[in-house]
Design a protein around this ligand. Sequence first.
Ligand code: NI
Length: 172
Amino acid sequence: MKEPLVRFSVAIGGELLRKFDQYRETHRYPNRSEAVRGLMRGALIEDVIADDASEAMGVVTLIYDHHVGRIARRLTDLQHDHLDRVVTTTHVHLDAHRCLEVILLRGPAREIRDLANDLIGTKGVETGRLVLAPALPVPGRGGEEAAAERDEHHHDHLHEHADGHRHHHDKP
Ligand code: NI
């Protein structure tokens, strides 16, 4: 069921507002509401995946030289030891020596972090990184409010604003 949008005002000015507007433009947010929602969701997601027990998706990206030691074998062994955590693996041969491997993991955040660290720390890995995302929905899914805002405008072109003046919105 759709919950109604709540509008609230925020007092902000000076440097913080200027930086925020720059950020909004750089990140292609169409308006301030969308940018604030994006930042709020980002903070909530950080909070969720910081919890070791939370169900998480982990994307591990590794670059390594497959000639170094027995690295390919070691990486494969590690993944076979954690069958229940490895969702899929993609291997790309970058050039004559270097390989890119993207490993998708799922499980409790703590376990995913530990396994990612083992993979990234494997001797011979040139560079590696982990991006964590919550596996379960976090409040305020992207686009939901934007759609509700559009609907709101669509159904009621003439808005009564808090300060009493009315004005017309061009966009449907
Ligand atoms: Ni390769």
